[in-house]
Design a protein around this ligand. Structure first.
Ligand SMILES: Cc1ncc(C[n+]2csc(CCOP(=O)(O)OP(=O)(O)O)c2C)c(N)n1
Ligand SMILES: [Mg+2]
Length: 455
């Protein structure tokens, strides 16, 4: 083993690196061995891409980013900007706080909760901002997302980027007159896409504390027209989701599957998710109670992140005394990107439950009978709709191939019993292959412009 490799791994150890994810081959094997000898946990993955996703998730979950540098100074915003922000906030008719992943990264949950509870302003979490405050917090207006974005006149943006997830901050999803109070640690993000009415550069926790000190006892009235509008919309949307969730026809739809999953999931489990409908609907139906307990395809909507994220979370959970399950909810297409990482999960006996929401395709698919009929028509490369995947593929057998528990699920009863069994089985990972209606869709969207196909 070369001196250089040993030196590298010892350096990593000195820099507090605890985990290394990778794939070895000559001449890298020695690096992994030296890392192990230096006390670093080496997790052998099946694909470098998944290894990178796992490493990034470890950083996010543990708060360990660049420990080779001295701790970064906690920066505060310019006090004149704070005064301006509070002036805007106090004049707002329809204020909204958007809690982004940056607030989770900054571990600012205490300060953000105080801001929400002192001011009484409604809040909306971004996908990975979910859980900074619990999704069932009375000020959470996620169930009236479109309405709150469209009509808010002043938005406090806490560590969230105005990218496609937030429709770039543009009309028709936002009011053209909306005033953004933007809090971010990253100077380049300020006024990105929409010019901030107040740009607060600094650590989210520290800046929110500044806002709290200046806003003092001002409170947005809970009997305002804004709150009434939002509550009305939330009730109406909740009723639509509920009626879809309670349908008992088979195959299940997305809402029914998620309703039963959400009833059984422990509040403190880490939820990982990717897919299109699977991720979007799951986001609204599966509640988060704790910060940094949801990992999903987030900013870039990149498929393939799920298993790597789940492995990182699983490795961390495995070291806890009361290890919680990591629940990885995958669309059937999304699962295909990094599916071989199931072997990694089984090799290390990680506490992971994969739930594949299987609709035979990307957004939708066809049933086995239609597929057979299409096959009779000729060459499938010219006939099969590009979104389709093999109907009723047996993804659960990928798990059983490596010694984990695989379940084929068609009914609500099977879903509930297999999930319960998987939650009780702390020895091995499991995979539930949940066959849903290939034509199941999202409930009607008020603004389908980013999810609508041009077909
Ligand atoms: C790396 C990458 N390739 C392709 C895509 C395009 N894409 C968007 S969502 C998606 C998969 C959606 O299907 P599925 O995971 O089965 O979820 P469903 O909508 O069917 O529930 C794909 C391939 C992407 N987002 N990322
Ligand atoms: Mg699918």
């Amino acid at each position: 083993m070369s001196i250089r490799y040993v030196f590298t791994s010892i350096q990593l150890h000195v820099q507090n690196v605890e985990y290394m994810f990778g794939i070895v081959g000559v001449p890298i094997i020695e690096v992994a061995m030296a890392a192990q000898a230096a006390g670093i946990k080496y997790v052998g993955m099946r694909n470098e891409q998944a290894a990178c996703y796992a490493a990034s998730a470890i950083g996010y979950l543990t708060g360990w980013f660049v420990s080779c540098c001295p701790p970064a100074p906690v920066s505060q915003a310019d006090s004149r900007e704070i005064t301006q922000a509070v002036r805007l906030l106090r004049a707002a008719q329809r204020p909204l706080i958007i809690i982004g992943k940056g607030a989770a990264y900054a571990r600012a949950e205490k300060e953000v909760r105080e801001l929400v509870e002192v001011t009484g302003i409604p809040f909306l979490p971004t996908p990975m901002g979910k859980g900074v405050l619990p999704d069932d917090h009375p000020n959470c207006v996620a169930a009236a997302r479109s309405r709150s974005l469209l009509q808010a006149d002043v938005i406090v943006l806490l560590g969230a980027r105005l990218n496609w997830i937030l429709h770039f901050g543009f009309p028709p999803r936002f009011s053209p007159h909306v005033k953004i109070i933007q809090v971010d640690l990253c100077a380049e993000e300020l006024s990105n896409n929409v010019r901030a009415a107040s740009a607060l550069l600094g650590d989210i926790g520290a800046v929110v504390r500044q806002l709290l000190e200046t806003v003092r006892s001002w409170r947005f009235p809970s009997d305002s027209q804004w709150w009434l509008t939002l509550k009305e919309k939330m009730t109406a949307n909740a009723q639509i989701s509920k009626s879809l969730a309670l349908r008992s026809t088979l195959p299940m739809n997305y809402y029914t599957a998620f309703h039963h999953i959400s009833e059984l999931l422990p509040k403190d489990c880490i939820i990982v998710s990717e897919g299109a409908n699977t991720m979007d609907i799951g986001r609204t139906m599966l509640l988060n109670d704790l910060p940094r307990h949801r990992l999903d395809a987030g900013t870039f909507g990149t498929m393939g992140v799920g298993p790597g994220f789940a492995i990182a979370a699983g490795v961390l959970e495995q070291t806890q005394k009361s290890a919680q399950r990591v629940v990885c909810i995958e669309g059937d297409s999304a699962f295909g990107f990094s599916g071989m990482e199931v072997e990694t999960m089984c090799r290390y006996k990680l506490p992971i439950i994969i739930i594949v929401i299987n609709n035979n395709g990307i957004y939708s698919g066809v049933d086995p009978k239609t597929w057979k009929e299409m096959e009779k028509m000729g060459d499938m490369t010219t006939i099969a709709p590009p979104v389709t995947l093999l109907p009723e593929a047996r993804y659960e057998q990928v798990m059983s191939a490596f010694g984990g528990r695989g379940y084929l699920v068609r009914t609500v009863e099977e879903l509930r019993s297999s999930l319960q069994e998987s939650l009780n089985n702390t020895q091995m990972p499991s995979l539930l292959n949940v066959l849903i209606d290939p034509a199941s869709d999202r409930k009607q969207q008020e603004f389908p412009w980013l999810t609508r196909s041009n077909l």
